[in-house]
Design a protein. Sequence first.
Length: 430
Amino acid sequence: MSVMKKVNIGIIGLGQIGNYLYNELSKKINDIELKTGKRIKIVAISAKNKNKIRKFKINKKIFYNNPLEIIKKKKIDILFEVIGKSDGISKKIVEKALKNKIHVITPNKALISKHGDYLSVLAEKYGVNLEFEASVAGGIPIIRTIKEGLATNKIFKIYGILNGTCNFILTSMEKDKLPFNSVLSNAQKLGYAEPGNPKLDLNGYDAFAKIRILSSLAFNNKISKEKCLMEGIENIELKDIEISNQLNLRIKLLGISEIRNGKLFERVHPCLVKKDSYIGNVDGVMNVVITEGSPVGESVLQGEGAGPGPTTSALMSDLLSILRGNIKYPFGIPSYKRKNIKSFNFNNYINSLYLRFEVKDRPGVLSQITNQLAKKNISVQRLIQIPNKNKTASIIIISHKTEEFSAQSCIQKLNKLKNILKTPTVIRLL
């Protein structure tokens, strides 16, 4: 009978996710052994505050104030980095672990989207794994699906709802008929949005980091550093939700990546989608990722995209993969074979637009807007005019398909008109 191999685990970061992970690992030692033939042991942990009150108790005897000391003083086989920064100690500890032939597992999308190319080269050089399933879409196994389940497919497009905070806010605005700020406050109380500064969720950055990781996996390219179209939901008002509802549409913040004319087109922005579409019915904090490829066609994965439970599920999945001996390339293929794909110029993006203008309710204002649209060859498919209080009105225009550059230059000119009260709201149709 073979001797059971023992595997030493280190955890850096004991916030909400790190503490939950610590508890799950402690509880499931026997289950992990049953499924992998390996017995894990948590031998080192580190965080900012040793004495912080946490939901689950930690073993202070294995606590290190300086996480870099762990690699010097302990024999670590697998390290979990659960700090969440793109640079600083997050990058240092991962870099040092890989160079010391330690497998690394992280949910850190900011780190991977910024330094993933460099770190994957290190992992390959030293023959260890860099696993980041939990960095995108929480408990949805999208990364493993692309790397393994869809490995022989040619993927053309990947898109979806990648931020549960924004999806919760948009869903609540529609169902509860509450304004943006009220719903955001509720999301913060429920723990779906950061209590201090939820900006990175709301402005689209979080979803954009995730779509860049998915792009690199789906299209075998190095992570793009080009400036791309990124907009959040901060300017979406209850009025937009209600008008969309009348048009049998819903607003969703989508991350989208595709190969268009041989170039990489990545973007994050609010989209108007049909109410009866699959993606239009993914509500609350749920995420969904849709891939289009050959020969598989369309594949849909849906689940909870955030929170300690779904994130820990993905972290444990990565752990079991390593324990079973699956030593593989972080991005599915060798780093030297990953391409640099030129970016598609989003000024050439052609799409229908929802435009909402808040104006002074005066004769001739509508003609000012439509004349300017006509000068840019933007034709009107549908027009709605809603009188408001204080001699103001909302003018909503759904355009026929138009070029992004034309639309943006038109909006800049319209924004200078005295009768336009605020920057027009623009939402693209999917």
